[in-house]
Design a protein around this ligand. Structure first.
Ligand SMILES: [Zn+2]
Length: 463
């Protein structure tokens, strides 16, 4: 796949109402994007698919929605205040700031944001002749320095030097899960092993806005933290690796050749094991989900900083221990970009024509059914089509369209991935049947209006 595909997806996303640059009328806002009318539906459908496989289908996983703002001590305990940082260099001529590890990667030198300043600066020194400022072309840079990624705010602080004791916007959603571990245990029937799942926003002061919605400053995570006995950590880790891989194949219908495992070699000191699932984006294989064995670091740290005992007491063995945590952490926005990459199709038709089709699995399609009157200037067709539309609307996400000609309406629905289009024509007025057109085969069949709801339910459930 080529970089060209990314350009096509970016322009398609805007033209068809999936993704808009944030505050575009003011020139946009770097590394932040808005979901348009079809983007929000697609995002919600991805979230539902995730929630269903994680929460609904697992008796021992429950949901949570914790706040974006948390006690500042949370981020001291987690290590983010001291160590959550990216190495940056600055061009001495034009003062552009660049992420040093990405800069090195671009000239083929493997680097990692977890390297120390000394390690990164050594690599930069060794390769300084090859590095050119992307903005002005000079190759005179400052030494790499680490910058903290947490986003600060003055929430609840009315002094002018709030900066000295800021409240942070959460850098990851999982901390909200760890600090609620005891509350969940005390308020539900769960016993170890069990998991807590959460979907929510997280914020990071990323220096480089790259690759469309892949790396954003405001983004949504879908995370599940599974609490286990230390001796069961390895087997649960392997089980979750398998389950999460299957999600992309069975629920999102990705081709297996577009997925790849990547093992982390440089682990953070507390982590026992870390693998990423990577997707074949137009700019190469990149992480869409991380599966981590975090050991007992998180609960140990929060016990220490909060002075609250977060150990678990096993009622059978009467033993107490700090559980290990197996984490599955997926990015919603990255998954959505992967979905667009996977299903954006330019299909060759007869007579040298092409059509763009978003061949989404039906459960992900923003609009399930579109209803058209054959002609726009015949009130009897419009009335009938409106009646059908109104009867289907409570059942499915539906759209009514009487603009342009029928060919253009089909093309528009194909592009936004609508599985079925219903047309009301003159035969409808005689025999109470409509044509139902299939997005992928473009075949049409006639269906009786009274059977329409049932038949559409059956078709849409058959993913
Ligand atoms: Zn420069």
């Amino acid at each position: 796949m080529e970089q060209n595909l990314l350009k096509k997806i970016i322009s398609f996303s805007k033209r068809r109402g999936f993704i808009f640059p944030c505050s575009e009328i003011y020139g946009g806002f770097s590394a932040v994007y808005d979901y348009g009318p079809y983007g929000v539906e697609l995002a919600n459908n991805i979230k539902s698919a995730w929630w269903k496989t994680m929460v609904q289908e697992n008796e021992n996983i429950i949901g949570l929605d914790s706040a974006i703002f948390m006690h500042p001590k949370v981020w001291q305990a987690s290590g983010h205040v001291a160590g959550f940082s990216d190495p940056l260099v600055e061009c001495k001529k034009c003062h552009t700031r660049i992420r040093a590890d990405h800069f090195l990667e671009e000239i083929g030198i493997w680097a990692d944001e977890k390297m120390s300043e000394i390690e990164i600066n050594k690599l930069l020194d060794e390769n300084k002749d090859k590095l050119k400022c992307p903005k002005c072309g000079e190759n005179n840079f400052s030494k790499a320095k680490k910058f903290n990624l947490l986003v600060k705010s003055n929430l609840g602080n009315f002094t002018s030097d709030w900066d000295k004791s800021p409240v942070y916007l959460r850098g990851e959603t999982c901390q909200g899960i760890y600090v609620n571990f005891k509350n969940v245990l005390d308020s539900t029937r769960q016993k170890i092993p069990f998991g807590i799942a959460q979907i929510g926003k997280a914020f990071r002061n990323e220096i480089t806005a790259r690759q469309f919605i892949f790396r954003q400053r405001e983004f949504t995570q879908m995370e599940m933290q599974f609490f286990v006995h230390p001796e069961k950590a390895k087997e649960n880790y392997e089980r979750w690796k398998k389950k999460r891989w299957k999600f992309y194949l069975d629920n999102l219908k990705f081709k297996e050749k577009n997925l790849k495992w990547h093992q982390h070699k440089n682990l953070v000191f507390y982590a026992k094991e870390a693998w990423d699932i990577e997707y074949n984006f137009p700019f190469g294989f990149k992480e869409i989900e991380g599966i981590h064995n975090r050991g007992n670091y998180d609960l140990t740290q929060h016990s220490k900083f909060s002075q609250k005992d977060l150990s678990y007491r096993d009622n059978k063995t009467k033993k107490e221990y700090i559980p290990y945590i197996i984490e599955t952490s997926a990015g919603l926005d990255r998954t959505l970009l992967a979905v667009l990459t996977e299903f954006y199709t330019e299909e060759k038709l007869e007579k040298g024509k092409t059509r763009i089709v978003l061949k989404l699995p039906k459960n992900l399609a923003p609009i399930k059914v579109a209803v058209f009157p054959l002609l726009r200037n015949r009130p009897e067709l419009i009335d009938k089509a409106r009646k059908i539309f109104n009867s289907l609307k409570p059942e499915f996400m539906c759209e009514f369209d009487d603009n342009d000609n029928i060919g253009k309406r089909y093309r528009r629905q194909d592009e936004i991935g609508t599985p079925y289009c219903i047309t009301v024509d003159f035969d409808t007025l005689q025999d109470n049947t409509v044509t139902v057109r299939d997005r992928d085969t473009m075949q049409q069949e006639r269906i009786k209006i009274e059977e329409l709801t049932d038949k559409l339910h059956k078709k849409l459930n058959n993913n």
